[in-house]
Design a binder for this molecule. Structure first.
Ligand SMILES: NC(=O)c1ccc[n+]([C@@H]2O[C@H](COP(=O)([O-])OP(=O)(O)OC[C@H]3O[C@@H](n4cnc5c(N)ncnc54)[C@H](O)[C@@H]3O)[C@@H](O)[C@H]2O)c1
Length: 319
């Protein structure tokens, strides 16, 4: 009886051993096959060597960081801004660190200025692979003093005091300031049958923020235009996406978030209450998504996307 049990055990053990051998053999086969024939081409590649990236608004907070990120990833960067001093300083800094960057004075609302810079970029770098439409922003002339009309006090700037030229300025800067550079720089992309455009939308494109009706509507226009461009250029192998940054503390919105003594305003508290991660976004936190979306390998099938980078703000209903 005990021999029978022993025999069964031996058979069982040898069957298990054989099964394990078959598994290991097949694993080895797979491994060998991978090594020799089907090595995976890893998707995330942030080597931008030989890529030319044109960035508008590169003299500012967000796009200055982007210029640096692309330069450090090997790209040749054309940094464009109305503020010549800021982009020349950025380019000098990057060049002194061994990176490739040139600064150009450019007004994104002036087709002649854009054509002139386009010519110079082609002369300096030969092409434009990636266009980042970063120039944009709000203006006090298009901002109400009060969040709600029923709270408006005598002598404050209400909705009825907003001047058409202030509203026009904000619309133009954000919308035309994206459309015009795209007209100038994407022509080459169409000819080259490849390219990438990245626009900058905002949280207020999803639901408007109080006080800034023109900026909110203009950024909603940017999200919409991003989808339009993605569709329009799809057959020419040009991808177009946008990032929608959440709340950053910057010169642009500092006075809305902090009072003259540097204490958080009520608006600041409201923003953080509406942000599940309970903090502001840092400009550096936009870079991963930027490098990812602009990389042909990583994001080859991604076009028409508006990616929120917002510590959860756009996902939260407030309850
Ligand atoms: N800071 C934020 O919280 C935030 C949030 C969401 C979206 N955004 C958007 O991100 C982009 C960059 O914002 P930022 O915070 O870095 O602002 P910023 O003010 O630091 O930079 C904007 C840059 O655009 C330049 N510019 C303005 N008008 C121009 C023109 N006509 N031609 C060329 N350049 C011009 C300015 O000189 C400035 O250097 C903007 O489109 C902005 O609307 C900012």
């Amino acid at each position: 009886m005990s021999e029978v049990i022993f025999d069964c055990e031996v058979n069982f053990v040898s069957e298990v051993a054989n099964a394990m051998k078959r598994v290991f053999d097949s694993m080895n086969l797979c491994y060998a096959q991978r090594k020799e024939k089907i090595m995976i081409n890893l998707p995330l590649n942030i080597d931008y060597k030989n890529k030319v990236v044109v960035i508008t608004g590169a003299g500012g907070l967000i796009c200055g960081e982007m210029a640096r990120a692309f330069a450090q990833s090997g790209a040749s960067v054309a940094a464009l801004d109305l503020n010549e001093e800021s982009v020349k300083k950025l380019a000098d800094e990057l060049k002194s660190e061994g990176f490739i960057c040139e600064g150009y004075k450019c007004n994104v609302l002036d087709a002649e200025s854009l054509k002139d810079v386009h010519e110079r970029v082609i002369k300096d770098f030969g092409k434009c692979d990636i266009l980042i439409n970063g120039a944009g922003g709000n203006n006090p002339r298009a901002t109400t003093d009060n969040e709600y009309q029923h709270e408006a006090k005598e002598g404050t700037k209400t909705f009825f005091d907003l001047q058409p030229d202030g509203v026009d300025f904000v619309f133009k800067l954000n919308f035309q300031g994206t459309l015009l550079p795209t007209q100038i720089f994407a022509k080459d992309m169409v000819e080259n049958k490849k390219g990438c455009i990245l626009n900058i939308s905002s949280m207020n494109a999803y639901t408007p923020l109080t006080k800034i009706p023109a900026y909110s509507a203009a950024k909603a226009g940017i999200s919409n235009f991003t989808q339009w461009l993605a569709t329009h250029f799809a057959g020419t192998n040009i991808r177009c996406n946008a990032i929608a940054p959440g709340f950053l503390v910057s010169a642009q919105n500092y006075s809305l978030l902090f009072d003259e003594n540097g204490n958080p305003t009520k608006r600041s508290a409201k923003i953080l209450n509406g942000t599940p991660m309970d903090r502001y976004v840092n400009a550096g936190e936009l870079l991963g998504a930027t490098l990812f979306l602009c990389d042909d390998k990583s994001a080859s099938a991604i076009t028409g996307v508006i990616l929120p980078i917002d510590c959860g703000f756009s996902a939260y209903s407030g309850v």
